[in-house]
Structures are given as C-alpha cells and as structure tokens.
Design a protein around this ligand. Structure first.
Ligand SMILES: Cc1cc2nc3c(=O)[nH]c(=O)nc-3n(C[C@H](O)[C@H](O)[C@H](O)COP(=O)(O)OP(=O)(O)OC[C@H]3O[C@@H](n4cnc5c(N)ncnc54)[C@H](O)[C@@H]3O)c2cc1C
Length: 375
C-alpha cells in the first residue's frame, strides 16, 4: 500500500521481500478469504501505549477508501458479521490487487531478497544478497513475530534497535489462552475440546460478546482471541457463560431446584459441557440443598468466572503481535522516526494492534498510505 501510494506520486520505489512471494499472510488470512477491513474501524478498536496515535492515519485512509479500491478491481466481497468484510472468492484477489496497483505505478518488487546490512549517511545504504541499494527513505514494513512459518522475523525490531528507536515489549496477540483457575489449579476442561459457546469475555476494561471454543490445552475462538490482546500472561480475564441470563434470576431459580448443577445446566449447555461445569462449580447435590454461599459461587462462576491467563499459544498461533516500535518515537501523520529523518515504520511492526475482524489490515493500509503520501 505504501509502495503504491508513493508510486502514484511519481516516486521511484523498490520493495525488498525475503519470501519467494509477496503477501503470504494475506493469502492465509480470514481462512483464505482475507477479512480485508472492517466497516466500523476506528481508534477505539486498537491498543497501543498511545491509543490516539492511530487516529490520524485511520481518518485519512478509512475503510471506505480500501473498499473503493476493492470495488475498482471488481473483487466480490461480503459482510460476514460485525462489519467484517471478506472476499467472496479468495484472498489471492487482494494480493493481486496490490501487485496490479504497484505494477501500474512502476514499483519494482524484488523477492527472495535478504537484507544483510543497513548504513546511513545522508541516504540509506543497504547491502542485500542481490546487490547494494541506496535510497532517500527507508520504510520498514516487516510485520512482527506472529506466524514465523510465513516468514515473520524480528528484523523490524533489530532495525529499530540499530537506530536507537525504543520498542514496547512485544507479546503474542489474538492468540488462544491456556487458563488456570483462580485458585491456581490447572485447566480441567481439556475433555471439552471442540465445544463452542456464546459468551462475554472481558479483560482490561474491554468486553467482547462472541463465541469461545474449548481446546485440548485451554480456550480459543473469537471471544478469547479478542480478550487475549488485553491480558498478558499472569493477568486475569472473566467469562460470562450465560450472557442472556440475569444472575439474580439464576439464583432465584437455583434456590428451589431439585436438580444438581450438572443437570440444571443442561437447560443452556450441551450435556458434556453442563456436566463438566456442574462438577467443577458445585457439590453434587440438588441445588436447593446447597448452602447459599455455594449457590452464590455457582452463579458467579457462570456469570463472572475469573480466570488467569497462565500462558498463550505463542507466536506460532498468534494472529498479531501486541507491542512493537514505540509510537512516541514516530510522527502519527507520516510514520517517520522523529530522531532519524527518512526512516519510517508502518503496519504491525509498530505498537498499534487491532481487534480481530479486519482491523489489523486496515491499520496496515492506513499507516502504509500515510507514509506513502510523504516519502
Ligand atoms: C493466520 C493469520 C490470519 C490473519 N487474518 C487476518 C484477517 O483476516 N484480517 C486482518 O485484518 N488481519 C489478519 N491477520 C493479521 C494481518 O495479517 C497482519 O496484521 C498484517 O499482515 C500486517 O501487515 P504488515 O504489512 O505490517 O506485515 P506482514 O503482512 O507480516 O508483511 C511483512 C512482510 O515483510 C517480510 N519480511 C519480514 N522480515 C523480512 C526481512 N528480514 N527481509 C525481507 N522481508 C522481510 C515478510 O516476509 C512479509 O512479507 C492475520 C494474521 C495471521 C497470522
């Protein structure tokens, strides 16, 4: 996006990509259909040490602009849910769009290109396996650490370090969680793997109503991926497993129930889930015979279940990296480094992380566009 925007302004642009092909993450994204933007993308959908940083780029290149480009290229798309736009046919169409746009503006793409050294005088001098490159502006769009099997590296962070640009400690984001119970016990629900539930997951002041998925090691599904951005390992998150029920009404019902918790929960959950949750959350007795404090605890587990995010699925399973190049070091208008004129960071390498749902690509397009307008 950055290359194409600069190319449109008549700049001479060279893209250096170490993979054999460009846009590998785009290709596998959105289950092969690329959730390329979100109709509602705004600063409130992003995390960063400076939550206002993304405002400028996003407002100058909103979702509607990328949608216009998608329409110009006759790419069929649809809204899946919550403003999330997907290609109807294949992610490949988005890669083709970018390639065609770049070709049209004379951008040169050098793939299988490894950058060995970067030096700076009044210009940047790069040593690559395909020979030396010299440039006025150097734009770092290397992405971050997620999905190393697709070519993700820490190269962007190493460039930042070389030029003394600070980095906010990175960690996996949009990632499955390995929870621990609040009393410190290991996750006892591995057998529920494959079951999915509607829930509200909350952490760090944010709540998401989406599905969670039980896995062999813990929890995944959109609700969990979303909340993982807001809780680092060791921090807590909560789940409301019955978002349509009021705790007060549940307590009232439980007070006179002859069923035990496992049977009672079958009204809302598949039998295996009801039985596993019931066993963990209450003694095996008719609910009417439980102490009030035991009924309180049962309902609290159902509606406000506090868990610790003991671990995550790591970068191998993380769709994004939270943290990255500190936005305090960059101009929010141009993405240029304040202390190193001519050096720019865009996209995921920067400490701006979007929610699940097309927000991360929108940030990549918008920040790339911002830099492309000025280099
Ligand atoms: C499985 C998966 C699914 C996703 N689905 C979605 C989705 O549907 N919607 C959404 O909004 N976001 C999605 N994301 C997140 C999204 O892909 C990223 O946020 C986005 O691609 C970031 O764009 P970027 O250009 O900053 O980095 P990247 O897309 O990671 O591109 C960086 C490029 O730099 C190259 N590179 C890295 N190091 C070097 C080096 N040393 N030398 C030369 N080249 C190098 C890489 O090979 C890569 O081509 C998904 C991520 C994953 C992992």
């Amino acid at each position: 996006m950055c290359a194409r925007t600069a190319g449109l302004r008549g700049r001479t642009v060279l893209v250096l990509e170490h993979n054999r092909r460009i846009g590998k993450k785009i290709l596998i994204s959105g289950g092969g259909r690329c959730n390329f933007t979100n109709l509602h993308a705004g600063p409130e959908n992003y995390l960063s040490n400076n939550p206002h940083f993304c405002r400028s780029s996003l407002s100058r290149y909103p979702a509607s602009q990328f949608i216009e480009l998608v329409q110009q290229h006759n790419i069929a798309y649809y809204e899946k849910t919550l403003g999330q736009l997907f290609c109807r046919t294949s992610s490949r169409e988005i890669v083709d769009l970018l390639r065609t746009e770049c070709r049209g503006t004379g951008v040169q793409l050098n793939t299988e290109c490894a950058i060995e050294r970067i030096e700076r005088t009044d210009r940047f001098h790069l040593q690559t396996n395909r020979g030396p490159v010299e440039c006025e502006s150097l734009i770092v769009a290397t992405g971050a650490l997620s999905f190393p099997k697709l070519g993700a590296t820490d190269f962007g962070y190493r460039i930042a370090e070389q030029f003394n640009v600070p980095i906010i400690e990175p960690r996996p984001g949009l990632v499955p969680l390995v929870p621990r119970l609040a009393d410190g016990r290991h996750w006892p629900f591995g057998d529920l793997s494959g079951n999915s539930l509607d829930c509200i997951a909350s952490a760090g002041g944010q709540s998401f109503r989406e599905n969670l998925l039980f896995t062999h090691h813990g929890l995944s599904g959109p609700a969990i991926l979303q909340v993982s951005n807001y809780c680092a390992p060791g921090e807590s998150f909560t789940l409301n497993l019955l978002p349509e029920q009021s705790p007060k009404a549940l307590l009232e019902d439980a007070r006179t129930q002859r069923l035990d918790a496992a049977r009672w929960l079958e009204a809302w959950f598949p039998r295996r889930v009801a039985s596993a949750l019931g066993e963990q959350f209450a003694p095996a007795k008719p609910l009417s015979q439980l102490k009030q404090s035991e009924r309180d605890q049962l309902v609290e587990h159902l509606c406000d279940w506090a868990l610790i995010a003991a671990d995550t699925g790591g970068y191998a399973k993380a769709e994004v990296t939270v943290g990255g190049v500190d936005t305090a070091a960059l101009s929010s208008k141009t993405m240029e480094c304040r202390t190193v004129p001519g050096l720019y960071f865009i996209g995921e390498v920067v400490d701006v992380t979007g929610w699940l749902g097309g927000y991360n690509f929108q940030w990549a397009w918008a920040s790339g566009h911002a830099a492309g307008e000025v280099i």
